[in-house]
Design a protein around this ligand. Structure first.
Ligand code: GLU
Length: 297
């Protein structure tokens, strides 16, 4: 684990020089690694003549309203709010954060090759992913569900009613994997790179349902408006959203403490409420706010 970390850090440091933005520094190391590299690289100066301190690249989703959403230069959603709270506790101001799109299928790779420092992207903690990357958290627990056209209410009531119907999900998501593993004999799964493509297929009639986590589906349905799409409302999994970190990261404990502080001071509740407002979504109160799991050493 340790040697992997050194190798990855060295690789990522080359990336930082080339790209001039990616940080491999732990919060306490910012000045040591950040300043020199920026100077060697021709350095960007701040308005007051000082050196620009190095920031963090955070992977989020760009197409999940209420969770991770990009609109021009604006980034909104619960994942964004948690990311900003946690990174502030780690010593970074919002202007040191660069949000980068982290599609479901690319999250492990992006952490492994240093394209991002952390991921807050409805990223379920699973044993398989845990082999490749580290996780802090969880900071939310959702459940997999189905989104259907309103006219199919009562007809499609769960994954078992999808026999011979077309179902859209996103490649690299636990949602698509669960359909392959558990419902392959029934539904005809169509995988897409992102959730916006699945919504187009659902509204266009090419698929009968979209499956992923209930909180994501609620945001997508609300953004579509007009009540034309509905979340079935019978979740059939537990999705623990973790903060993705490169394997061997030292930040898990500090991030868990920051998430706990966000829960304790009411900011977590506020972020959940403001980001799900108008969607009709209520988090499962038996699972939320979640308990932090331990950090592996
Ligand atoms: N939480 C699930 C996952 O991590 C589905 C949502 C997503 O694709 O991000 O795969």
């Amino acid at each position: 684990m340790k040697s992997t970390r050194v190798a990855l850090a060295a690789f990522a440091a080359v990336g930082a020089l080339t790209l001039g933005a990616c940080s491999t520094a732990e919060p306490g190391e910012q000045e040591e690694t950040g300043g020199e590299e920026m100077t060697d690289d021709g350095g960007e100066a701040t308005d007051d003549g000082g050196e620009m301190s190095e920031g963090l690249r955070i992977g989020i989703k760009f197409d999940q309203p209420g969770l991770g959403f990009q609109d021009g230069g604006d980034y909104t959603g619960f994942d964004v709010d948690v990311a900003l709270y946690v990174t502030e506790q780690l010593g970074y101001s919002p202007d040191q954060i660069e949000f980068v799109e982290a599609p479901s299928a690319q999250r492990e790779t992006m952490l492994q090759n240093g394209q991002v420092d952390m991921i807050f992207a409805t990223y379920s903690i699973t044993d398989e992913r845990d082999e490749a990357v580290d996780f802090a958290g969880p900071y939310f627990v959702a459940g997999q569900d189905l989104l259907i056209r309103a006219e199919d209410e009562g007809t499609i009531t769960g994954p078992e009613s999808l026999d011979e119907l077309n179902l859209c999900s996103v490649s690299g998501s636990t949602s698509a994997q669960r359909v392959v593993d558990e419902y392959a004999a029934g539904a005809n799964l169509i995988e897409q790179p992102g959730y916006s493509e699945c919504i187009q297929f659902l509204t266009g009639g090419q698929v009968d349902a979209v499956t992923t986590d209930d909180i994501i589906l609620a945001g997508l349905a609300a953004a579509e408006g007009s009540g034309s799409l509905q979340v079935v409302g019978s979740p059939f999994s537990e999705e623990n959203y973790g903060v993705g970190l490169p394997d061997g990261s030292d930040l898990c404990e500090d991030i868990n403490a920051a998430i706990q502080a966000m829960i304790d001071d009411g900011s977590w509740e506020e972020a959940v409420t403001s980001n799900t407002d108008g969607t009709g979504y209520t988090p499962n109160s038996e699972l939320n706010p979640p308990e932090m799991r331990g950090c592996s050493s």
